[in-house]
Design a protein around this ligand. Structure first.
Ligand code: 3VV
Length: 253
């Protein structure tokens, strides 16, 4: 049962294939085989869990008109299942986002001894909608690129009226880390290099466009530009180096 719930949640919550495989490697192969061979798991199986975790990357009432417009634009480019089961090709996919990804990926059971009860993903640690990081990531597999739509809330103030540089670094780390993790499995940030070009007004919506530069062994090099939502103003640019790790490294191994 635990294995079943584990597989089901991994397959639903972690859509990046290398990352999903890495998490699935956490438990014995023999226990996984029955599930991996019956790969088709549908959303209707969620009721096996007490309640599905909240997906923070879906629209909520705090999203501005601009945030919604951009969400709807990228959502319209996503692969969609049409009537008759055919897939409308799009190239893009929206990544769901949870405040305790590793816990949910493990069905709340397998890793519960290792995970701190009060720990929450930094960017999803407030229930007050719109107060801090509101964002959604759309991934384009074939282009090895992702776009993060980010609306900065009032708790992220640095210079008066503008977003704190550390908050900008956080959303850049998140975007680049999501892309690197999607392409290379479980990774950690080894280096971030950021040029702050123009301030980001608090409450505004910006786009973080991230691309893969190269992969060399365990090293995944990525870069991004943060621009105003119409692309006319460059706010920030950054490069990042992410190193592939074994999951044991996260727990001091
Ligand atoms: C994260 C897992 C999640 C799992 C579930 C995911 C669900 C997704 C959910 C939500 C997505 C949100 C996404 C958020 C993303 C945020 C990510 C972070 O913020 S991570 C926190 C900050 N980073 C650290 O705390 C690292 C601390 N550093 C280390 O632990 C080690 O230094 C590490 C792992 C980076 C490398 O250590 P070594 O011992 O494994 O490897 P060595 O041999 O040192 O390096 C390998 C190669 O990389 C080069 N290298 C290492 N660090 C370098 C550096 N700073 N600059 C240049 N090269 C470097 C080395 O020279 C070496 O290169 P040569 O193979 O010899 O060519």
């Amino acid at each position: 049962m635990v294995t079943r719930v584990f597989c089901q949640t991994v397959l639903h919550t972690v859509s990046a294939r290398p990352l999903r495989s890495a998490i699935l490697r956490l438990i014995p192969r023999t226990a996984l085989l029955p599930w991996l061979s019956s790969r088709a798991v549908s959303v209707s199986e969620w009721p096996l869990l007490s309640s599905p975790p909240r997906d923070y990357s879906l629209p909520n009432p705090s999203w501005s008109t601009e945030m919604r417009r951009l969400y709807e634009y990228y959502d319209s480019l996503c692969e969609k299942e049409m009537e008759g089961g055919e897939k409308k090709p799009g190239g893009w996919g929206r990544l769901p986002s949870y405040n305790r990804t590793l816990k949910y990926a493990a069905g709340g059971k397998c890793l519960s001894k290792l995970l701190k009860e009060k720990a929450r993903l930094f960017t999803r640690n407030t229930e007050e909608q719109g107060a801090a990081f509101e964002y959604v990531v759309f991934m384009n597999k074939s282009e090895k690129r992702c776009v993060c739509i980010f609306q900065a809330g009032h708790l992220l103030e640095g210079p008066p009226g503008n977003v704190h540089g550390g908050a900008i670094a956080t959303i850049i780390d998140t975007s680049l880390g999501t892309l690197a993790g999607y392409l290379s499995g479980i990774v950690m940030t080894a280096n971030l290099n950021i040029n702050y070009c123009s301030p980001i007004p608090l409450g505004s919506v910006v786009l973080i466009d991230s691309v893969l530069d190269k992969v060399e062994g365990r090293k995944t090099f990525v870069s991004c530009q943060v621009t105003s939502s119409d692309g006319s103003k460059l706010h920030t640019e950054a490069t990042g180096l992410f190193i592939s790790i074994n999951v044991g490294h996260l727990f001091g191994g």
